[in-house]
Design a protein around this ligand. Structure first.
Ligand SMILES: C[S@@+](CC[C@H](N)C(=O)[O-])C[C@H]1O[C@@H](n2cnc3c(N)ncnc32)[C@H](O)[C@@H]1O
Length: 336
């Protein structure tokens, strides 16, 4: 299979290929971008030294889409370069096909966590490109963020901590946490709308079946008399429009113990993978700034002093942190 070489491609097509300087842009959808993508698909995917070039193309196409310079038909043409066999045998294709009917399903998230590849010789390099992305790194980082937060809380605790894991998906974050702690110190309720996710997570977490219970339920309909020390949700609120965000948050607040904490993940506006995700994966998230997250939380009725926003090392995943006020009686007890 031909392994294309951008330098020689550039020599051969000096008049059309305009990839060398960020100031210059692709023409929509120019023969340049079509040829580049086609050559890369034919070559079995980008080599590592071509990632930057491909990222540049994605960013430029995304800017063009945003500014109305890339029509739907043109985008559809570019997408069609990733043909059916490619789509059936690559993670990129999985994202685009959405076999479970929605973007960001538990299987995909678990593929990201485990660096899974489809192992197809013609498309393997695309799977590697997928995992190299900043957004997939940020998803893995959010799993680490969760574990660090919980380990910090469990470290100083005597009584078992009660955790509500909202939209638990594969629950790999939870599973990995349990492997690091005395399981009896953590009692978890997982809620997910997808029966397949619940089945997968139940199996993965089976060594900790006594400590974890699973509910297949839409979180907007979930109710319980139990109160939780920590409520964790990643990969859900960035699918919610503002109105739903506030509604769901208000609901979670009713499940929180005094002195408890809610942690909610949301993609930030600094997501360099957004063009690739949206244009070629049709994976749309609501990217929010820290200010927007705070504003929505204020609208849910939380006092400003109880709100903060943290982030993982790349700054691509933000974490809204809401601390429930500790009742005055409990504060004086703690001080004695
Ligand atoms: C992107 S995954 C995140 C999984 C997990 N929190 C993680 O970060 O590893 C999103 C999960 O949200 C679940 N989900 C989507 N809408 C939901 C809802 N309204 N209530 C409960 N779960 C929901 C999906 O089934 C899916 O498993």
């Amino acid at each position: 299979m031909k392994n294309h070489d951008f330098a020689s491609l550039r020599d051969a097509d000096q008049d059309t290929l305009v990839l060398t300087a960020p100031a210059r842009t692709f023409q929509a959808p120019s023969s340049d971008s079509v040829r580049l993508l086609r050559n890369m698909v034919d070559a079995g995917g980008p080599e590592e030294n071509e990632y930057a070039l491909l990222d540049l193309l994605m960013a430029q196409l995304y800017r063009m889409k945003q500014s109305g310079q890339l029509a739907e038909t043109e985008l559809a043409y570019l997408q069609s370069i990733f043909h059916d066999d490619f789509l059936a045998n690559s993670i990129h294709g999985y994202v685009y096909r959405k076999p479970l009917g929605y973007a960001g399903d538990f299987r995909l998230i678990d593929m990201i966590y485990t660096y899974h590849t489809f192992g197809h010789e013609n498309y393997e390099k695309w799977d590697q490109y997928f995992h190299y992305h900043a957004a997939t790194d940020a998803v893995r980082n959010r799993k680490d963020f969760f574990k660090q937060q919980l380990l910090g809380k469990l470290d100083t605790r005597k009584a078992p901590l009660h955790l509500l894991n909202v939209a638990s998906g594969p629950a790999r974050d939870l599973y990995e946490l349990y492997t690091k702690i005395d399981p009896d110190k953590l009692v978890t309720t997982c809620v997910d709308i997808d029966a397949n996710a619940i089945a997968f997570a139940t199996d993965l977490c089976s060594p900790y079946a006594e400590q974890i219970n699973f509910h297949q339920k839409n979180i907007l309909r979930f109710s319980t008399a139990e109160k939780y020390d920590v409520i964790w949700s990643a990969g859900l609120f960035d699918y919610f429009e503002d109105r739903l965000f506030i509604m769901a948050l208000k609901r979670l607040l009713t499940f929180l113990k005094p002195g408890g904490e809610i942690l909610i993940g949301n993609f930030s506006q600094d997501n360099p993978s957004r063009g690739y995700m949206e244009l070629f994966g049709e994976w749309f998230l609501i990217h929010r700034s820290p200010e927007t997250l705070i504003d929505l939380t204020l609208q849910a009725g939380v006092q400003p002093e109880h709100i903060s926003v943290e982030q993982e090392p790349l700054g691509i995943n933000l974490f809204l942190k809401i601390q429930s006020p500790v009742p005055a009686a409990q504060v004086s007890l703690c001080m004695n």
